[in-house]
Write a protein that binds this ligand. Structure first.
Ligand code: PXP
Length: 238
């Protein structure tokens, strides 16, 4: 059965809008788990615009499913990951000026650096996933760099302007997932997935896990987090 990991960054976005202590992403993570989430994701950004160090530490102590830490491949984050020990580290590109992660990681062009960085994470007993565009060049490089997982970037698919375009982009994702699996990589996908565009993924076991944040938290504001998570769990067939 495909799994759902819920990204609670935007619970922290609402909190940081007032720089107070609610809503708490740690409470949100517990509720998401009770509603059926198979994992919790947070992106600790260099600028700490939403998730704070305190959140990560408390989540490590309270998450009962799996904790997936998204982060940039920096020295600071390497130290944090090795200390906190999430169940999975997902390396993503990060720019200060972006609203959200914009593209996949340039793995092929930074192979030596990433091989060394991933080696250091693995020395700390950490499993590593790389967030990549759904193209063979980056997937092959992820394998070469020593990652165990790839997370295929679904942002372009999510932004398709027509059903035909969405179908074509979905088929590219499917081929990429099959290619990654043929190399022995495990496959997740995420970015921009919502209650409508997730439907194409139904019945495709090539995608093991889905990483979804904004759509779930946006719905939760209106219908409650438990219902929002349950509805997504049902859609992905979890
Ligand atoms: N996967 C990665 C690597 C991301 O950076 C993000 C956004 O933080 C997501 C998944 C979730 O995207 P969304 O919030 O659009 O569901």
């Amino acid at each position: 059965m495909p799994k759902l990991e819920v990204n609670v960054d935007h619970v922290a976005t609402v909190r940081q809008a007032r720089l107070i202590d609610e809503p708490d992403p740690v409470t949100a993570a517990a509720l998401a788990e009770l509603a059926g989430a198979d994992g919790i994701i947070v992106h600790l950004r260099e600028d700490r615009r939403h998730i704070q160090d305190r959140d990560l530490i408390l989540l490590r102590r309270t998450v009962k499913s799996r904790l997936n830490l998204e982060m940039a491949a920096t020295e600071e984050m390497l130290n944090i990951a090795r200390e906190v020990k999430p169940d999975l580290v997902t390396l993503v590109p990060e720019k200060r000026e972006e609203l959200t992660t914009e593209g996949g990681l340039e793995v092929a062009g930074n192979l030596m650096f990433l091989r060394d960085y991933i080696h250091k994470l693995k020395e700390g007993d950490l499993e590593v996933s790389l967030f990549v565009d759904p193209v063979a060049r980056q997937i092959d490089a992820a394998k070469d760099a020593g990652a165990g997982w790839v997370e295929l970037h679904t942002g372009t698919y999510a932004e398709a302007q027509s059903e035909d375009e969405a179908q074509k982009l979905f088929e590219e994702l499917l081929l990429s997932a099959r290619h990654a699996r043929s190399l022995g990589l495990r496959v997740k996908c995420g970015h921009g997935l919502n209650y409508r565009n997730i439907k194409r993924f139904q019945g495709h076991p090539e995608f093991e896990e889905f990483s979804i944040g904004h759509a779930i938290i946006a719905r939760a504001v209106l219908v409650g987090l438990e219902r929002a998570v349950r509805e997504m769990v049902e859609l992905i067939g979890g």
